[in-house]
Design a protein around this ligand. Sequence first.
Ligand code: NDP
Length: 287
Amino acid sequence: MDFLNFSEVDSLSFAVIGDPIAHSLSPAIHMQFAAQCDVTMRYKKWRLAADEFDQEVRRFFSVGGAGLNVTMPHKGAAHRLCAQLSDRATHAGAVNTLYLKDNEIHGDNTDGFGLIADLERLGWSIAGQHMLMIGAGGAVRGVLQGLIEKAPKQITIINRTMSKAKELCFVFSDLAAAHNVRLDCQNLDLSANNFELVINATSAGLDGEAPALNPSLVEAARCYDMFYAAKPTPFLTWAAKAGARSVADGLGMLVGQAAESFFIWHGVRPEILPVLNELRASLMKQT
Ligand code: NDP
């Protein structure tokens, strides 16, 4: 049984909440971490509508549930619900990991950790790089603190809705200044060819599309798509044709953010690579 059965919730119970949730790979990832680290736990999918989120999450912890991951569209609601937030969850304005401590619901955000761990695995530097971030939604907000703290030379944010990019520049301006990072925002029709590391954080891939961009942006750049799929994503296919130096999708980020949640809950750091390899192989089988 893949889905949470409330009558079975106890101190070994973990779940991922989203809507939709049937597609989630989180149970497979966490159960592989558990086997690797000899941890006894159960991890289920839990579909919740927005209007039941607060009440059901509180109920889960009140009957002894151990921890929750939160995905679209509930990361903002999870942030509002928490009595205590980590520094990175505060910056992100979004929470993807919940747990109970001293009888209070605590929230953290591990997306930035997951992205940075995957860029490190790929051997793609962040420090001193000219970075382009495409998109200005929750995922970008979640990763900006971690990226800025790695001291790239520049982060330019472009987004279809310019006001959202401007807001992110405003929110992160002090942190960027403290790390000597030039943070600016531009329109989606920007033309420039000085970017070394380009990250697509739009949800266009969900509709089978790449965002409409000037090819000069990715010329000779390393291109990362937070979106992942069994086949090369629309953005990565487009970037490779436009002359990108190398491309990678967000499956590694997904496993990396899960590893950090696992560490928060169990105090043990699982190995990311074997789980990533296993997931990639099973995704390939579906094509
Ligand atoms: P949001 O809904 O918060 O933001 C979506 C962003 O995509 C906005 O900036 C939006 O622009 C932009 N966008 C959507 N469609 C288009 C389009 N056709 N052309 C240009 N821009 C477009 O989503 P998230 O930030 O939470 O997620 C973004 C992506 O990152 C998703 O694909 C998600 O699956 C992925 N992700 C992956 C993770 C991983 O672990 N690998 C973790 C978290 C997210 P506008 O503001 O104008 O609407």
